[in-house]
Ligand binder design. Structure first.
Ligand SMILES: [Zn+2]
Length: 169
């Protein structure tokens, strides 16, 4: 698994609620353009994180125990093992194009939302399949058989770096 991080802009404060970004707009776009589209296409989840205020670093906030999350992941893996039992695919990430068409077809509302998102964000064919695979996994984690608009919407959110104007507010 590849995990990578980058600053949102040269000064590092774009999107920071506490410190203003001092970069010129053109400068931010040139900075973000350094990461190529084909590379971003291959990264499944883009997540923007804002800085954690100092006082929050040591605070014990109620969070879901890792054991619960683990149970969901194990259950989702089992669903995938069942789905691909008769094939040479092992998990959602390894699905080929025809598997995506077969196993990730969203319901009508999900398809409509996907179409709108693709048109608005100008997603590539590769990113389109990634969205569907991630939506399938989100549905699996929720224990749901059908990929719905909710799952598609969450998956589309993870393509934030594909959006033109990312980091501009
Ligand atoms: Zn900046």
């Amino acid at each position: 698994m590849l995990v990578a991080s980058m600053n949102p802009c040269p000064c590092g404060h774009a999107g920071d609620p506490h410190k203003p970004c001092v970069c010129a707009p053109g400068q931010v776009q040139r900075y973000l353009a350094k990461v190529s589209g084909p590379l971003l296409d291959r990264i499944d989840l883009h997540v923007e994180v804002t800085p954690v205020p100092f006082d929050d670093l040591n605070r014990d906030r109620p969070a879901e125990p890792s054991e619960n999350v683990r149970q969901r992941v194990v259950a989702a893996r089992e669903r995938q093992a069942e789905r691909f039992a008769e094939t040479d695919t092992h998990c959602n990430a390894h699905m080929r194009a025809r598997d995506v068409r077969r196993y990730c077809k969203p319901d009508a509302a999900g398809q409509q939302l996907l179409k709108a998102a693709i048109e608005r964000l100008g997603l590539s064919a590769r990113a389109h399949d990634r969205v569907l695979k991630v939506a399938r996994t989100i549905a699996d984690l929720a224990g749901e058989e059908t990929v719905t608009a909710t799952h598609v919407a969450e998956a589309v959110q993870y393509r934030s770096l594909d959006r033109s104007g990312w980091g501009m507010g």
